[in-house]
Design a protein around this ligand. Structure first.
Ligand SMILES: [Zn+2]
Length: 288
């Protein structure tokens, strides 16, 4: 009986301790937890950036947001960092003709992201990692990153830009069934990620209801126009989601989580970036 009570007490305590592990999500931390979270994360905060846009008629509008939310959540179980809540204020002008698109003006999304980073830093973080899940954001984010040197900052921002390794690409190409060259938005690969993470949100019965073929309506070699995407994919859908499969989704997500964890570890160990920024700001101040 005594042994049973001791075992029972140990189990109780360990369960309680387990349940009380430090959450990674900023919004799930208590104010009392925050100093411990700053320390455990080496003052590193992940800002997952999604978007709200149509993803065919079969996948959720929040596909990119759900993707990065899950991506960050899985990564921090392997390497702790604080994860900022849902952020979907990016560049999506090209889908404003479709239902459910949330597209803020360019000036505002730049200012909002800068203010968000400043406020994350004001809370004690020294490193912010932008984890982007939307294909229409890279130009906006890179311009934002370049602009960060416009004033002295006590923190560093890192934009995660993964390169796919050849081993992964080989397996991916073997598993991928639709035309790789047109699987650009809401098609097999993106839909497979959501079918893996959130099958409850997918409507595979509608996967062939929309036309995701390139319409080739305008061709201006060596020229870029804001209407290029719409001219080719007026349904804001590019690809063939009928080939969606959860196994491919698992392959992609397992790989991208492992790859991101490496980058996260590198950021947490990095002291050079802030040091070099300080040196740069010092040089700027000397310019009279
Ligand atoms: Zn997407």
């Amino acid at each position: 009986m005594k042994t049973f009570l001791i075992v029972f007490a140990v189990l109780l305590i360990s369960n309680y301790a387990h349940a009380q592990q430090l959450p990674a999500r900023w919004d799930e931390l208590t104010a009392d937890d925050f100093p411990a979270a700053l320390q455990k994360s080496s003052r590193t905060c992940i800002l997952p950036i999604g978007i709200l846009e149509k993803h065919g008629l079969h996948a959720p509008i929040g596909t990119d947001l759900i993707h990065v939310r899950e991506w960050a959540a899985h990564a921090v179980t392997q390497e702790y960092a604080v994860v900022f809540p849902d952020y979907f204020y990016g560049q999506i002008n090209e889908a404003r003709h479709q239902p459910g698109t949330f597209s803020l003006p360019n000036k505002l999304i730049l200012e909002l992201l800068e203010a968000t980073c400043d406020e994350i830093a004001r809370n004690g973080f020294e490193k912010i990692i932008l984890l982007n899940g939307h294909g229409g954001n890279p130009e906006f984010l890179e311009f934002f990153m370049q602009g960060l040197l416009n004033k002295r900052r006590s923190y560093a921002v890192y934009l995660y830009r993964p390169e796919n390794d050849s081993a992964f690409v080989k397996t991916y190409n073997q598993m991928h069934r639709s035309d790789l060259s047109t699987d650009l938005h809401g098609g097999e690969s993106e839909s497979s990620i959501i079918l893996h993470y959130r099958p409850d949100l997918m409507h595979m019965e509608r996967a062939t209801a929309d036309n995701g073929e390139n319409q080739h309506r305008s061709s201006l070699p060596d020229l870029y126009t804001p209407i290029w995407w719409y001219s080719s994919f007026p349904n804001h859908y590019a690809g063939d989601a009928s080939k969606t499969n959860a196994k491919l989704g698992k392959l992609i997500t397992d790989h991208e989580i492992a790859q991101f964890v490496k980058a996260l570890k590198a950021v947490k160990a990095d002291s050079k970036t802030i040091e070099l920024q300080k040196e740069f700001y010092g040089a700027v101040d000397k310019v009279k």
